[in-house]
Write a protein that binds this ligand. Structure first.
Ligand SMILES: Cc1cc2nc3c(=O)[nH]c(=O)nc-3n(C[C@H](O)[C@H](O)[C@H](O)COP(=O)(O)O)c2cc1C
Length: 325
């Protein structure tokens, strides 16, 4: 399938694996890229730029296809060494960067200078337009359904994607709630030129996370996620578990007085415990409503081939059949 997204990133299928903390290691990125999508290493999961450089080199050993790096610009006081991470990306010869969080404007000139394509993740039309205005090459439009940070507007993709299509000139992918060939065709119908998946890619053979995480996603239904940290305007969609229940109880009790320190135990530093050790109640971890559509743990190639076959069948058989009537 050819779209402006496949052309932009030099990939076979318009499917991107979004950056995921303690999931987006070289193994997953390489597997997605080898299957014809765009795999993404999560930059900040690597504690230092030197470690990111090593992770990029490791990925390069596993694939000769294009892959990207996610750089999340966090609203924190002591910023990570972003110049160092960007240097590692440039020197590693990476040609795609997925930015997320704060406005990436400051970093665009140096990325562009080195021929790196930038796709910025946005949860609203206004932020997407801003990304276009500052020179991003594409946008990943993340609807309210998404795992991770859906923003504070709560607009689901059935509205957000066509609204983005009404306003944007640069290409965009649909992100949040995407799982299969139906998602891809729907995303294309609503104006996107591909899709980005997070949660779906965790439940794959190659995702280097504990099997408990994959089983939790397969077992979960679309009713099992919760929004946390809304009082802090840092809303995150997570899978419900014992720690999330404690967190939500604190949010109810403290109301507008809630501070980050009150919930630090449930949210800070919990990813290695969950993703690597499989201690599922160690804290709150991002997961999309799309868990309700995830019933198996295929390889990335099986998943992507299945998505493309299903999408083609929907377009050429189901939809073409309606058109012929
Ligand atoms: C476990 C997990 C960790 C994530 N970590 C990040 C991250 O560090 N940076 C980022 O930009 N997005 C992160 N995301 C968001 C994904 O890149 C993607 O936008 C989102 O998962 C899409 O929604 P979906 O899960 O419904 O597919 C994370 C998502 C999950 C599920």
């Amino acid at each position: 399938m050819k779209t402006r997204i496949t052309e932009l990133f030099g990939i076979e299928h318009p499917i991107i694996q979004g950056g995921m903390h303690f999931v987006g290691f070289a193994e997953l990125a390489a597997a997605v890229s080898n299957a014809g999508g765009l795999g993404i290493i999560t930059g900040l999961t690597q504690k230092t730029p030197e470690l990111l450089a090593k992770e990029i080199a490791r990925c390069r050993e596993m694939t000769d296809k294009p892959f990207g790096v996610n750089l999340t610009f966090l609203p924190v006081l002591t910023a990570p060494d972003y110049p160092g991470y960007i240097k590692a990306i440039i020197e590693g010869g990476v040609k795609a960067v997925e930015t997320a969080g704060n406005n990436p404007q400051k970093w665009l000139p140096v990325l562009k200078e080195h021929g790196i394509k930038v796709i910025h993740k946005c949860t609203s039309v206004r932020h997407s337009l801003k990304a276009e205005a500052i020179g991003c090459d594409a946008v990943s439009v993340d609807g309210f359904e998404c795992g991770g940070h859906p923003g504070e507007d709560d607009v689901p993709n059935f509205i957000l994607l066509p609204r983005a299509a009404e306003e944007l000139k640069i290409p965009f992918v649909a992100s949040g709630g995407m799982a299969d060939g139906r998602s891809l065709v729907a995303a294309l119908a609503l104006g996107a030129e591909g899709m980005n998946m997070g949660t779906r890619f965790i439940a794959t053979q190659e995702a280097p996370v504990h099997d408990n995480v994959k089983q939790a996603i397969v077992a979960a239904s679309e009713l099992d996620t919760r929004l946390v940290m809304r009082p802090l305007r840092n809303t995150e969609r997570v899978l419900r578990n014992a720690a999330v229940d404690v967190l939500l109880q604190k949010e109810r009790e403290l109301g507008a007085n809630l501070k980050f320190e009150d919930i630090i135990e449930q949210v800070a530093g919990v990813y290695p415990k969950i993703m690597l050790e499989g201690t599922m109640d160690a804290g709150a971890w991002s997961c999309g409503m799309v868990a309700g559509l995830i019933h198996d743990i295929p390889t990335c190639k099986e998943l992507i081939d299945r998505i493309m076959a299903e999408a083609n069948a929907i377009i050429h058989q189901r939809l073409a059949g309606f058109a012929a009537r």
